[in-house]
Design a protein around this ligand. Structure first.
Ligand code: AMP
Length: 367
């Protein structure tokens, strides 16, 4: 029942999407273009993804009856966020294929398990240590040094659930503020830049990655992505190979994002993996207008059992997130030549809330 190789949707079939945010919305729009329907499951009645589908389930992720009815209505289930509760995935997987597979969530929901997995593949990460008490924290600092970054093992995003630890800091206070007994300490990486690779893998093992994206954060939230990243070709090839290796090792079906740091190496820069997101990713939004196939379409193709696209980039691309009050300038963006504006249909602009994004494509000049 759950074997991913068994999934082969046909136009008119229905994809079930867990999560009703902008990622679910853009997945549903990509699916519609391919003649597929989507049903969105989200506990939030104001979910932006509800606006673009005919069928929606507004229920809690623990509502087994609602999950069963949802499963009955769809041909395959996917998700737009990584913190899908294990019990939710289990109920659904007993009835319909869930892609990417549930076991992938176990690896990517926990920073320690994820880092161990990446390290076992021989891929570089920041030095890290398991921390579950202030005594552990002191021992980890002895080993890793300062500055360092302490992160909760689970449920961290956009810089939440993490803090920088510097020499002289009150460690008891830092531990108390973190509010968990399960964390990791990471060496602080003096990175030159942050990049990400969006890769797709099909059930038959075909892998396609997009050109490497360079990411700029403000207040821990992605603000600007540029594609291609301004890095040497060999480094870009290395970054893509890492993402593809991870996708294959996870036996992954769908799109994933691998966030990496570029660090100065011995002679040439090198990359360290920061984080894996088992889903479409904000740093891949440029593909909607900047490439022949978007990350959203690529994900839908992968989970539908269809051939992956071979993405061709249309030029140099800049994606700017509209965060919080940035959205108030949408009319100005609408008048910018060459800009494509995406608004997520969310209500009030709260600080830090992703409200939309703008893509600008600068076509490559013919030589
Ligand atoms: P994360 O939640 O792990 O993606 O971290 C959010 C952001 O914090 C990253 O995009 C980096 O800008 C920064 N950051 C995270 N970990 C480290 C680290 N070990 N060293 C330096 N900066 C980091």
């Amino acid at each position: 029942m759950t074997a991913s190789t068994a999934v082969k949707l046909k136009p008119g079939d229905t994809v079930g999407i867990l999560g009703g945010g902008q990622l679910g919305r853009m997945l549903a729009m990509a699916a519609a273009r391919l003649g597929l329907r989507c049903q969105v499951f989200s506990p939030d009645p104001d979910s932006p993804a509800f606006d673009v589908v005919q069928n929606a389930t507004c229920a809690e992720y623990a509502d087994v009856e609602a999950l069963e009815l949802f499963a009955n209505d769809v041909n395959v289930v996917t998700y737009e966020f990584e913190n899908v509760p294990a019990a939710t995935a289990m109920v659904l997987a007993a009835r319909r294929p869930v892609l990417p597979a549930q076991k992938i969530l176990e690896t990517t929901q926990d920073r320690l398990i994820e880092k161990d997995f990446v390290s076992r593949l021989g891929i570089g990460t920041a030095g890290y240590a398991d921390v579950s008490s202030t005594a552990d924290l002191r021992a980890a600092i002895e080993r890793i040094g300062l500055p360092a970054v302490i992160k909760t093992r689970r449920f961290g995003y956009d810089g939440k659930g993490q803090a920088i630890v510097r020499a002289g800091d009150d460690l008891d206070q830092i531990w108390e503020d973190l509010g968990t007994k399960s964390a990791i300490l990471e060496a602080f990486v003096p990175f030159e830049r942050e990049i990400s690779v969006i890769a797709a893998r099909s059930a038959s093992g075909e892998v396609e990655s997009f050109d490497v994206t360079e990411n700029e954060h403000r207040d821990h939230i992605l603000k600007i992505s540029r594609a291609p990243a301004a890095i040497p070709d060999e480094l870009a090839a290395q970054a893509r190979a890492i993402a593809e290796k991870i996708a294959t090792a996870l036996d992954y079906v769908g799109v994933l994002a691998v966030e990496m740091f570029v660090v100065p190496g011995n002679g040439a820069p090198t990359v360290l993996v920061n984080e894996i997101a088992p889903r479409v990713h904000n740093s891949g939004h440029w593909t909607l207008d900047g490439a022949s196939i978007s990350q959203f379409e690529q994900h839908i193709r992968a989970i539908a059992g269809w051939p992956l696209g071979k993405p061709v980039r249309h030029g140099e691309v800049i994606m700017t997130n509209l965060i919080g009050d940035d959205i108030l300038s949408y009319e100005e963006w609408l008048t910018v030549p060459g800009a494509t504006v995406h608004l997520y249909g969310k209500g009030a602009p709260r600080p830090g809330r992703k409200m939309g994004h703008v893509t600008q494509v600068f076509p490559a000049r013919k030589p």
